[in-house]
Design a protein around this ligand. Structure first.
Ligand code: ADP
Ligand code: MG
Length: 833
């Protein structure tokens, strides 16, 4: 399809107007040679001319044409970076920010003190930094501190076609910041880069840019790719199908790298293992246990660094009785515990159904296969391997998640195997309940993936689905902002004093219901000032959509966590609860703390092993849950106990694996605790918070306060057990009524409160399997509710016929809040929080 937007024509009548400055870069001959092959090099002059003459420029170019690595260098050479102005580049994916900063530093022969990166948890930015790669979320936070982004001379928004939520918002904000900077006489250049030419949402949007920015198209040399569809309707076991396809390609087809697209880290590792077994490669190229040991030591060092040395208090003694550690059996399996996915932070383990027998896995080919995994949270040094030449006499095979679709271009790929799926986070429109699901990709993605095979010579793409299925794919995937709850975003915007969010120049606006739901939640959390409920309904609604931020909201907005969790942090100053809240919030943010022990076993051996592990985990769970008032904190107390015990044992892989904890999750929690501690200390400068990875168990009183804190944050997640006299039919037996759903929900069998069935609980999330289950459950006392959550309570009778509202996607009915609370006898309590 031809370009649908006017493509920029260089002003040929004018002389090329390079700025007077030209900063020389000392590149090695090999790098220089490789650069010259990139299509974007031919366009340098056109691009720089457009940038010099326009405040905003859009650059479109096929993946691999050199946008990310070269445009920052063009700007640097043209003198756009200096001691008082940085070139900033945002990426929606962490992996791209890290990897691209390293690549550009290397190409320019500069140290990473000058070409640096910053992602949510880490970075290497210094005073000397002149080119800074970062995730889009990081730049958004910086706008909060300095709306004009005065330390930047250029901001490049990369991968704009991905339409990630923060990228969209940044473009909206920058559309206002650029003219403001112009007025101040300190012009800022904005460059939007996209892998596709589908940029109408940015160009045909008068609300966004009053003058349509020029679009420069970089023509990439793309070799023809022959696409092969599977004849059969796709199988569930696409991972097994990938395995078979790679084996076939490797045995029968001429040399050339293979790139496999799968959906998540767990799948990637599983396929890598199978392939390595089938085509052994002598020199070990697997991740050894030692790497992780180093990681752990490094984490500990970082964590300790984040302490505030000046305000060190005496270290509390560890109460061995409460975190008693039962001896661990040896278990020396080389298993990678996985936590992440690419954009988000979680992973669902698929039942891969590795159906092939051992014979199948043995290969007759003598040529070894050099198998490398690639996914977002892979350590940078391991990521970098995919860019190097494979060892002589081997064939490269990269097993990747979606990161290889447009963020990273792997050289030498001739064969692409595309499972056609992607893992995405889905949200229930009404409840905001989120889950990761594996779905079909869009046609645009499928074509991007196929294109990876034709970078250097004609290639082949094997699609593990039929052409009929492909025709049913949606053309493009919808922008993220239209698909998810936006409370975190709205809080960030309100913190920027954007009150009438509805008037914001979104490239694509979120649905009004999503905006309204977000404001409602933020009002309930006390982050926004509630408008007076006077006047006509219409005026009231309008007022509701433009509430200003409250002082509490401002504090909440500084914490790098979702508003519900930010509220918990903001309330935790009292009774020394902060370290515990920080730990609980970290543990709740990092999903999948515990190993999945109910998974189907492949062999009898494994079944026995899983059974043993499960028994041990249940034993540990009881210990971690504590007793008396501790126990009422329920699953959150288990999380706290697990982290406490794990840190007490030095956070080793061995401890984690022996006790059903996911090692990577525990490292991530440690990292987050350090980061949140720093964040809290910078807000409450007098808190002088000192957190050691090791911590003492909370006292009984603290455990009770913690339940109140959790209730205050998860106020819309209260559920009440249905009493015997209310039982209308059996499906409500042992069920709970939530504030948000008409259907019965249940405490998840894995919860420590599963048998106790407290009358009132709060839950972290609802997941739907055979039933609706609450996970992350704590018991709360009914008398706390009106004191801590006045917006959620009313003292009248429930409405006779509340107007129902439906979620069109799940067909679920939303109910009205009073139905949860109307049975409570409202004695106002003495709550001390
Ligand atoms: P785009 O942003 O247009 O997709 P990039 O600038 O990311 O393109 O990539 C340009 C070229 O640089 C590609 O051929 C890619 O393989 C190469 N490249 C990128 N990162 C590295 C790296 N770390 N090592 C070697 N080559 C790399
Ligand atoms: Mg790029």
């Amino acid at each position: 399809a031809g370009p649908s937007v006017p493509v920029h024509q260089p002003a040929s009548s004018k002389l090329p107007c390079k700025p007077a400055v030209f900063i020389p870069v000392d590149r090695s001959p090999e790098i220089q040679e490789a650069r010259l092959k990139l299509p974007i090099l031919a366009e340098e002059q056109v691009i720089m001319e457009a940038i010099n003459e326009n405040p905003i420029v859009i650059i479109c170019g096929e993946t691999g044409s050199g946008k990310t690595t070269q445009v920052p260098q063009f700007l640097y050479e043209a003198g756009y970076a200096s001691s008082d102005g940085t070139i900033g580049i945002t990426e929606p994916r962490r992996v791209a920010a890290v990897s691209m900063s390293q690549r550009v530093a290397k190409e320019m022969n500069l140290s990473n003190r000058v070409v640096s990166y910053q992602i949510r948890y880490e970075g290497n930015v210094t005073d000397e930094t002149q080119i800074k790669f970062m995730t889009d979320g990081v730049l958004l936070k910086e706008i909060q501190k300095d709306f004009l982004l005065s330390k930047y001379k250029v901001v490049i928004i990369d991968e704009a076609h991905e339409r990630s939520m923060y990228t969209d918002i940044l473009i909206g904000l920058l559309s206002r910041i650029v003219p403001l900077r112009e007025k101040k006489g300190l012009p800022l250049k904005l460059i939007i880069m996209s892998a596709t030419l589908r940029v109408e949402d940015f160009t045909n949007n008068k609300k966004l840019f009053s003058v349509t920015p020029p679009v420069i198209q970089v023509d990439a040399r793309q070799f023809p790719v022959t696409v092969h569809f599977n004849k059969k309707t796709p199988l569930d076991d696409y991972s097994g199908e990938c395995f078979r396809k790679v084996c076939k390609i490797h045995r029968m087809l001429p040399s050339g790298g293979i790139l496999v697209f799968l959906t998540g880290q767990a799948e990637v590792h599983s396929l890598c293992r199978r392939l390595r077994k089938a085509f052994p490669f002598q020199k070990t190229n697997t991740a050894g246990g030692d790497d992780d040991k180093e990681e752990s030591v490094e984490e500990m060092r970082k964590f300790k660094k984040s302490r505030r040395q000046k305000k060190v208090m005496a270290l509390p003694k560890i109460d061995l009785d409460n975190y008693s550690v039962v001896p661990v059996d040896e278990g020396d399996e080389d298993r990678d515990a996985e936590t992440d996915d690419d954009m988000a932070g979680s992973d669902i383990d698929l039942d891969l159904g590795d159906g092939d027998s051992e014979e199948d896995e043995k290969s007759d080919s003598s040529l070894p296969l050099y198998v490398l995994p690639l996914y977002s949270l892979l350590a940078p040094e391991k990521q970098a391997k995919v860019f190097r030449l494979p060892p002589p006499g081997t064939r490269l095979c990269v097993v990747a998640t979606n990161v290889a679709e447009t963020s990273l271009t792997i050289p030498g790929i001739k064969y692409v195997v595309d499972c056609g799926k992607v893992k995405k986070r889905f949200y229930d429109k009404i409840t905001g309940v989120s889950s990761f699901r594996i779905t079909w990709i869009s046609q645009a993605s499928a074509n991007q993936r196929a294109g990876r095979a034709g970078r250097t010579e004609p290639g082949h793409c094997y699609r593990l689905y039929s052409s009929a299925v492909f025709m049913d794919f949606e053309k493009f995937s919808a922008p993220e902002i239209t698909k998810r709850p936006v409370e975190d975003l709205i809080l960030q915007m309100k913190a920027l004093n954007i009150e009438k969010v509805i008037n914001f120049p979104f490239p694509t606006p979120p649905p009004t219901e999503a905006l309204a739901a977000a404001e409602e939640l933020l009002i309930a959390l006390g982050a926004l000032k509630e408008p007076p409920m006077t006047g006509r309904l219409k005026q009231q609604l309008a007022a509701k959509l433009s509430c200003p931020i409250s002082p509490l909201g401002r504090i909440m907005a500084t914490f790098p966590v979702a508003p519900r969790y930010a509220k918990m942090l903001a309330l935790s100053r009292q009774h020394d609860c902060l370290p515990y809240t920080i730990t609980i919030v970290s543990a709740m943010t990092v999903r999948e703390l515990f190993e999945e022990l109910d998974r189907p076993a492949v062999s009898e051996e494994e079944a026995a092993e899983l059974k043993g592990k499960k028994a041990r985990f249940l034993q540990m769970q009881r210990i971690w849950a504590g007793q008396g008032p501790m126990q009422k904190l329920g699953d959150l107390m288990v999380m706290l106990g697990a982290v406490g015990a794990c840190e007490y044992a030095g956070c080793t892989r061995k401890f984690c694996e022996g006790n059903g904890l996911r090692y990577k999750a525990m490292l991530e929690i440690r990292r987050l605790r350090g980061q949140l501690t720093t964040a809290v200390n910078s807000v409450c400068t007098d808190a002088g918070l000192f957190v050691d990875p090791k911590m003492k168990p909370p006292t009984e009183a603290q455990a009770t306060y913690l339940r109140q804190i959790v209730l205050a944050g998860l106020g819309d997640h209260v559920a009440r057990r249905i009493q015997a006299e209310e039982l209308l039919d059996d499906k409500w037996k042992n069920a709970y009524k939530t504030a948000l759903l008409e259907d019965p929900v249940f405490i998840h069998p894995s919860s420590v409160l599963f048998k106790q069935l407290p009358e009132f609980v709060v839950y972290q999330e609802i997941v739907e399997t055979t039933k609706l289950y609450m996970k992350g459950v704590s018991a709360v006392e009914p008398e706390w509710i009106p004191a801590l959550l006045p917006p959620y309570c009313h003292f009248g009778k429930p409405l006779e016929n509340p107007p129902p509202s439906y979620c069109p996607e799940t067909g679920r009915v939303r109910c009205h809040r009073p139905s949860v609370f109307h049975r409570v006898s409202w004695q106002l309590p003495a709550v001390e929080v």
